[in-house]
Design a protein around this ligand. Structure first.
Ligand code: SF4
Length: 87
């Protein structure tokens, strides 16, 4: 390189930077998903419990099919051990 030439970004460096940005986004997204508890750890089931408790009347339920603390798609008629009745 001559003294009067500005350093040029090589195609390889540009691709590396792009890949790093994408990887960072994946890590952040993955971390957000891990903030919730796996269904298996709280005994989630796709039906009400024996007492008729179910997700749609739980304080943690987020319509139409999510939960504030349990990961994945949540059936309004499902139930888990972290059930907390709405007040
Ligand atoms: S019972 Fe409540 S805490 Fe458990 S999955 Fe359903 S909404 Fe979430």
């Amino acid at each position: 390189m001559h003294d009067n030439e500005a350093p040029k970004a090589s195609r390889r460096n540009i691709l590396r930077a792009g890949a790093a940005i994408v990887a960072a986004g994946v890590v952040v997204k993955h971390a957000a998903a891990e903030d919730k508890i796996e269904k298996s750890l709280v005994g989630y089931q796709d039906k009400p419990n024996a007492n008729g408790q179910h997700c749609s009347v739980c304080a943690n339920f987020q319509a139409p099919a999510s939960c504030a603390i349990v990961a994945g798609t949540i059936d309004p008629n499902g139930w888990c051990g972290a059930f907390a009745p709405k007040e």
